[in-house]
Design a protein around this ligand. Sequence first.
Ligand SMILES: [Zn+2]
Length: 258
Amino acid sequence: MILTDTHTHLYLDHFDNDRDEMIKRAFSVGVRYMLLPNINSDSLPGLLNLHSKYPKNIFPMIGLHPTNVKADWEEEIGYLMKQFEANKFYAIGETGIDLYWDKTFIEKQKASLQFQIDLAKTSQLPIVLHIRDSFDEVFEVLNKNADQQLTGVFHCFTGNLEQAERAIELGFMLGIGGVLTYKNSGLDKVVATIDMSHLLLETDSPYLAPNPYRGKRNESAYVRFIAARLAEIKGLTVAEVANITTENAIRLFKLPLS
Ligand SMILES: [Zn+2]
């Protein structure tokens, strides 16, 4: 069984005391690939460092997180672009729109998303979208940009069936995280009707721990609880869910096989 955590912030200081042990725990339960979404210029050095330490298992993305889009977003993007040219990345992200925390920079968030969509297209990379209280705004931007080239993930998807189908029509996959294991999330009913070929697993570590660790620090090893819940919903074995979602991740991110 090979599991893939397609969205995990292993470089954050939450893991400073036990990072390597935590990564070993992930390996020991069958997690072979982990993808690291970037946040801003501060997070990138630690992120790249982890990739050089585990080059066959941990893969870097580059992007500016929507909650970090402020007045200085163009400088941030400028720094990231220099790094983009100097390193190999497997996706642009995470980007998107977040109107939950702050609506002040909504126009800049949209401009940043547009910039990162253009970059994803010209570099033929998938884009990883963070969407919080902003489905309408994100769909508006995606509709303008949809073509054969545009692809990626709706990270931590928690929308309804109609939103799931729209995302898939636009060429995107759905990143399924710990919310699937929460009682009454309603996400179980949505994923039940979505074909496995559109689904990826992710933890969003250190956030959003699945049951039985809800409320605690999340880590990539816990992706197995999400796989187990999805297996239950789909009537598949955990190994089948692990292998199908790993194949999906390898295809989308064009991961080099180890
Ligand atoms: Zn994230």
